[in-house]
Design a protein around this ligand. Structure first.
Ligand SMILES: Nc1ncnc2c1ncn2[C@@H]1O[C@H](COP(=O)(O)OP(=O)(O)O)[C@@H](O)[C@H]1O
Ligand SMILES: [Mg+2]
Length: 251
């Protein structure tokens, strides 16, 4: 890393930090280690379960399981399979996982903007004065049928307000969600400070349910923002870069 900001890869460690923090714990969906017993229990409780590599990024290696009548539908980056039994499903998942550490997480049914599922990136940066600031909100709009909304998976970057309007939220709701998510970003920053020195930037991936309830899917410690460069309005990009300069990150 060429700039001064601490990173941590394990989604499991970060999930435990969030869960241990009173203010943000209620934003964390049920998350467990990948194990057969956990898979069975979660598929009994939830309509969809996500399975992701503990050290992954960019949407790679992510799988989603849904119950469909008496069968299980397993979806991943480039394909899908159906399984008539838990044994068959579990074996197929294990084959894809190849012994690497993986997590299971309650699937959140993402709100849709003009028919496309999206999630929200909350960019949080710490000033030289030690204050966490939520510097930018933007959205990642997925391709229908894709498991992940990531830019690397063909997702599109969107502006927060129009994406929310396209999902049917009125302007008052949009403003109050914006305030809530920015507050959440600062709270997550302070929660991370309790576990390590040197965090300067965090990127929260936040899913909104149809009704608007927000869930933290993960927290990135070296969030990318180069995709913002191509946006027509460069204000968000410039704002992030101006904060990033304080810890030596150029872009
Ligand atoms: N629990 C979940 N419910 C719904 N969608 C999810 C869930 N977990 C991940 N996703 C989708 O997959 C994407 C990538 O997952 P994420 O946890 O951010 O891992 P990565 O580090 O690969 O970006 C998310 O942005 C979201 O679109
Ligand atoms: Mg992510």
């Amino acid at each position: 890393m060429k700039y001064r900001s601490r990173t941590i890869k394990s989604k499991w460690v970060k999930t435990k930090w969030l869960r241990g923090s009173g203010k943000v714990a209620s934003y964390v969906p049920d998350t467990r280690l990948f194990k057969r017993t956990n898979l069975v229990a979660m598929l009994n409780s939830y309509a969809a379960v996500y399975c992701k590599p503990t050290g992954g990024s960019g949407g790679t290696g992510i799988m989603r399981v849904k119950k469909k009548g008496n069968e299980y539908l397993l979806q991943y980056g480039s394909g899908q399979s159906t399984h008539a039994s838990m044994d068959s499903l579990y074996e197929r998942m294990k084959k894809r996982i190849k012994g690497r550490p993986y997590l299971l997480q309650k699937g959140i049914s993402l709100a849709k903007t003009k028919g496309n599922p999206f999630d929200i990136r909350v960019m949080v940066q710490k000033t030289d004065g030690g204050k966490w600031v939520s510097t930018a909100l933007f959205t990642k709009i997925g391709r229908p049928g894709k498991v992940a909304t990531n830019y690397n998976q063909g997702g599109n970057i969107g502006y927060f307000t129009p994406t929310m309007a396209g999902a049917g939220f009125g302007s008052d709701r949009i403003k109050s969600k914006e305030a809530e998510l920015k507050r959440l970003g600062r709270q997550v920053g302070r929660a991370f400070d309790l576990h390590g020195k040197g965090f300067r930037e965090l990127g929260l991936d936040v899913a909104l349910e149809d009704g608007g309830r927000a869930w933290i899917l993960e927290v990135n410690t070296s969030p990318q923002f180069y995709p913002l460069k191509q946006m027509k309005n460069k204000a968000l990009y410039r704002r992030i870069v101006s904060y990033a300069k304080q810890y030596g990150r150029k872009g």
